[in-house]
Design a protein around this ligand. Structure first.
Ligand SMILES: Nc1ncnc2c1ncn2[C@@H]1O[C@H](COP(=O)(O)OP(=O)(O)OP(=O)(O)O)[C@@H](O)[C@H]1O
Ligand code: SF4
Ligand SMILES: [Mg+2]
Length: 352
């Protein structure tokens, strides 16, 4: 059995902001792209937050603005063509959008790390994984080559790569997709960040490997008491790992809820459609439900509720008035903490 040495400074409970509030808070964030065809409003007033030890899943179909929101948080959008006309990204209460490029660079990697979908294109093919993992320590902490290699092996152990000591000198292509994704997780963990943003970290993997990598990420997140933002288009993979969910559609959040509440009683027809599209073992052989139509072209978002052309519940008001993201309550007005919906007919959707 491999005995895994615990890094000295973890796990220690970490406070959120200076006042003990959320670790990261995104407020009224807008991102637009100025293109030759017009202005693409990819993120349209997004609000979400995540605390230490908490996992927020951000869910939505392709093109809903999940990655652009994350890239705006990380400060890795190319500006131009992107522009952030409005909004705040508060990390421990400090607005990252107002920081200098240097200050943001220091936060990235050290305090906030990102894991991308495609490990192969994120890793350098001509350098060993040990070198690339060790680089984090050599560059950021001025460690010697020998110590950095030892740290690399320790990290590979942490993410359960078998025979880490022997494999530390292998190149990325010598690992399977699942193992490469573990290496990406190890890279993200290297400097013990407070927050990890994982953008579709398991999408490229097959289903059983997806579950293993997701479980590992959840386990490490708990152990290190990190905040985790998990971006996915697959509602099936987040049920066991997320605390709360934000559902995005056409650049806006359309529903927010604690994870189990959302599964039990969605308060938005789009979420209901996503839930009905998850394959279920007890329905084997039956045709799978799919939400009709496609998400809108962001240059031509439908008026009113952007979901109206696809919504089985749409009425006239849906074609004219944009629904605000409002608090959702029980039938008798009782509070449902953390629940919000942007649907004119949320009441009949949740209680109907
Ligand atoms: N450089 C760019 N120029 C113009 N439009 C862009 C650019 N980058 C992203 N967009 C637009 O922003 C919208 C949101 O993109 P984003 O990558 O955030 O979607 P997503 O929700 O992450 O989707 P996916 O599940 O496919 O990753 C897309 O519709 C896309 O057209
Ligand atoms: S506002 Fe109307 S179109 Fe939009 S989700 Fe609700 S019922 Fe459907
Ligand atoms: Mg994306």
């Amino acid at each position: 059995m491999t005995i895994i040495e615990q890094p000295a400074s973890v796990p220690s409970p970490r406070a959120g902001g200076a006042d003990g509030g959320p670790l990261l808070e995104v407020r009224d964030l807008h991102v637009e792209f100025h293109t030759r065809d017009g202005i693409v409003r990819a993120v349209n007033g997004v609000n979400y937050s995540v605390s230490a030890g908490e996992t927020l899943a951000v869910l939505g179909e392709s093109g809903s603005g999940k990655s652009v929101t994350a890239q705006a948080i990380m400060g890795i959008l190319d500006m131009p063509p992107a522009k952030i006309p409005q909004g705040e990204v508060l990390f421990r209460g400090q607005d990252m959008l107002k920081m200098s490029a240097d200050e943001r660079r220091q936060l990235r990697g050290a305090k906030i790390a990102m894991i991308f979908q495609d490990a192969l294109s994120s890793l350098n093919p001509v350098l060993t994984v040990g070198y690339q993992l060790g680089e984090m320590f050599r560059v950021h902490q001025g460690m010697s080559k020998k110590d950095a290699k030892a740290k690399a092996i320790e990290l590979m152990d942490r993410v359960k790569i078998p025979a880490a000591r022997e494999r530390v000198n292998d190149f990325p292509h010598q690992f399977s997709g699942g193992m490469r994704q573990r290496i990406m997780i190890a890279m993200a963990l290297a400097l013990e960040p407070d927050l990890i943003i994982a953008d579709e970290p398991t999408t490229a993997l097959d289903v059983t490997v997806q579950a293993q990598v997701m479980d590992l990420l959840a386990e490490l997140q708990r152990e290190y008491n990190m905040g985790l933002i998990l971006i996915t288009h697959d509602l099936g993979v987040v049920a066991d790992v997320a605390d709360k969910i934000a559902v995005m559609y056409a650049g806006r959040i359309v529903e927010q809820a604690p994870v189990h509440e959302l599964y039990k009683r969605p308060a938005h027809p789009y979420t209901r459609g996503l839930l009905d599209s998850i394959p279920r073992l007890d329905q084997k052989g039956q045709e799978l439900y799919a939400i009709q139509g496609l998400p809108p072209n962001l240059l031509k978002v439908p008026s009113g509720c952007a979901f109206n052309p696809r919504c089985p519940k749409a009425q006239d008001i849906c074609r004219t008035d944009v629904p605000a993201l409002v608090e959702v309550t029980e039938r008798d007005g009782g509070a449902l903490p953390g629940r919000r919906s942007a649907c004119h007919f949320w009441e009949e959707t949740i209680h109907g």
